[in-house]
Design a binder for this molecule. Structure first.
Ligand code: F6R
Length: 598
């Protein structure tokens, strides 16, 4: 995820910004930049890679004395991690940094290009500074800034500075965090999270959505929905570790709670009316594909499995799923006219990378679904879509899985559209998914209470049908990774073919019972287990008195909405059980975040 830091005051500005950005390093980034305004003069520096590279770039530059500065760490979402694409983005006399995604950047870019403006970068951010200067030609500077912000759709935290008004920093915020801090030395700071402000500011304002304004040495003006607001500062807490987790106990917990926002970001700019649009695939003809092979490891493999159901159901393309470590040694045959999709959070997993090389050598068209631009997997594949999850710190994958499944579902719809197939119910459901993963405090509390009943036993079976089978596998994987208890995912209908022999009161069954996918069939399978005295926790929108424990989900009109809601429940359950067992939630034993060995 990108990071923002801004500063107004007398300190050495370059260093203040770099120090602040260092506090946001844990969020991940692939390039960085800063701009300093002092005595009406603007200097800027950008570098690919670590902040050290940026530091080296501006080592001979000094910025003592009153002035202001803005800085940014970028996690690529539109355009490669290059110096041109790094922030700040420059116009003729202004520059901007931005977190989030501008959903309508293409429309704005087209309009500006028609009036003769040339763009340097591939980013969505550059439209902000170009649009601002377009309006600033014949209007007052703050008016031009307001007009610019009013035209943007999407998520943004923005800082803009301009030589035409060299005494003010302009800012705006919608659906991406932006904080303003102050101290007794009359310094003003901006940041996209608490961490850079701790120890430097005593008081802060957490800007609300749809707010904008400007700050100078003398004045801080914040407008919310165009109305000037009274500035109400609150005291800043002093715990840096806590701040880095946004106040959550663990990174994993933070990442579970973040899922709603990141899923909105996955959708941003990719839904137009009742269609899925992928700029990245504009010139690709995917309608002639006859077969899809999906290949991945671990959690990404479960995302692949879930999407295979969707490719067949929606796009009517035969889809098979391969575990990368198996695929690479089994002399697999890849048919011509088939698409080979690899899925990877890190983009560096050795087995997946090797499988991708084999498929490419065999002449398959290859496609990466990945969270990290410029990773080995993205660079090697013919095509790629970024999952926009932001950095995932918890070793056990949560938001990365959610964004993989969502992106793959969109890809299935995209191909179905190209084949003129009926996808009429899908778009509404897609747009609803960020609501389905919002964590409700009452639900979390209930899962916390229930978790104490599931700390022993001789094993867990997570069961489900259709896409709820890969979700069951993923729920079981989360539980075993975090709790070190034995857990398996199983197709609900398959239990009677063997595993039911294990059923007794110390066998815990977590039953995924969606209303919109084979409810009655799954219910019968659960009843078979209840008849053998298995202890059952069922998760369903429909009351089910026979089970020992029950978590009621919301009535949804699409099974994928139920999928995502149940996904959050299984994640929280695994986390709460693990906390009770005293395990390290963020760094479970024996596991690594990126598996670059065989
Ligand atoms: C489990 C988990 C792993 C990864 C697997 C593949 O929570 O995170 O199972 O999914 O190691 O990693 P990527 O997706 O980076 O290829």
């Amino acid at each position: 995820m990108c990071g923002i830091v801004g500063y107004i005051g007398n300190n050495e500005k370059k260093q203040t910004i770099i120090n602040g950005l260092k506090e946001l390093e844990y969020r991940g980034y692939d390039s960085a930049g800063l701009a300093v305004m002092k005595d009406g003069e603007m200097n800027f520096f950008k570098a690919v890679g670590k902040l050290e590279n940026l530091s080296n770039k501006c080592s001979s530059f000094s910025s003592e004395g009153y002035g202001f500065a803005i800085g940014h760490t970028r996690w690529a979402t539109h355009g490669k991690p290059t110096e041109i694409n790094a922030h700040p983005h420059l116009g003729q006399y202004s520059c901007v940094i931005h977190n989030g995604i501008i959903e309508n950047y293409k429309e704005i870019k087209d309009k500006l290009e028609q009036s003769g403006i040339t763009f340097l970068s591939q980013t969505d951010t550059e439209v902000i500074v170009q649009l601002f200067e377009f309006y600033a030609k014949d209007t007052d500077i703050f008016e031009a800034f307001k007009k610019t912000i009013d035209e943007l759709r999407g998520a943004f935290a923005i800082l803009l500075i301009t030589k035409k008004d060299p005494n003010r920093v302009f800012f705006a915020k919608n659906a991406a965090p932006l904080i303003i801090g102050k101290n007794q030395e009359n310094e003003i700071y901006f940041a996209s999270g608490d961490a850079p402000l701790i120890g430097l500011c005593e008081e802060v304002i957490y800007l609300e959505d749809l707010s904008l304004g400007y700050a100078s040495k003398e004045e801080l003006a914040i407008f919310e929905n165009h109305k000037l607001k009274q500035n109400s500062f609150t005291k800043l807490s002093g715990d840096k570790a806590f701040a880095k987790k946004d106040g959550f106990r663990f990174f994993m917990e933070k990442e579970i709670y973040e899922q709603s926002r990141v899923m909105s970001e996955v959708l941003m700019g990719r839904i137009n009316g009742d269609e899925v649009v992928f700029d990245e695939l504009e010139n690709e003809d995917l309608s002639t594909i006859e077969e899809i092979t999906l290949c991945a490891c671990g959690t990404s493999y479960h995302a692949a499995m879930a999407s295979a159901y969707l490719f067949e159901r929606l796009a009517k393309i035969k889809a098979k799923v391969e575990i990368a470590s198996e695929f690479r040694y089994r002399d697999a045959v890849i048919k011509p006219n088939s698409l080979f999709i690899v899925i990877s959070q890190s983009g560096e997993t050795a087995d997946t990378l090797e499988a991708l090389k084999i498929a490419k050598e065999q002449g398959a068209k290859t496609f990466a679904i990945c969270n990290v631009d410029n990773s080995n997997i993205v660079r090697l594949a013919h095509l790629s879509l970024l999952t926009r999850a932001g950095i995932e710190k918890g070793v056990a994958s949560t938001k990365a899985f959610a964004t993989q499944v969502l992106t793959l579902w969109m890809l299935a719809i995209f191909i179905a559209q190209k084949k003129k197939l009926d996808i009429s119910t899908e778009i509404k459901a897609l747009l609803h998914t960020p609501n389905c993963v919002k964590v409700n405090a009452k639900l979390h509390e209930k899962i916390h209470r229930l978790s104490k009943r599931y700390l022993d036993g001789h094993g867990f079976f997570f069961i489900g049908r259709d896409v709820f089978y890969p979700l069951a596998l993923e729920g079981a994987l989360k539980l075993k990774e975090l709790s070190y208890l034995h857990a398996e995912g199983y197709p609900a209908g398959e239990m009677k073919h063997g595993p039911i022999a294990l059923a007794d009161s110390k066998l815990y069954t977590i039953a995924l019972m969606p209303k919109n996918m084979l409810y009655e069939k799954t219910k019968s399978n659960v009843e078979e287990l209840i008849a053998r005295d298995s202890t059952v926790l069922s998760i369903s929108p429909l009351e089910f008195d026979l089970s020992d424990d029950f978590i009621k989900t919301n009535e949804q009109s699409h099974y994928m909405c139920e999928f995502f809601e149940m996904m959050v429940i299984t994640q929280l359950l695994a986390m709460e059980i693990s906390i009770r067992l005293g395990n390290d939630v963020d760094m479970p034993r024996n596991l690594a975040k990126s598996v670059t060995v065989e």
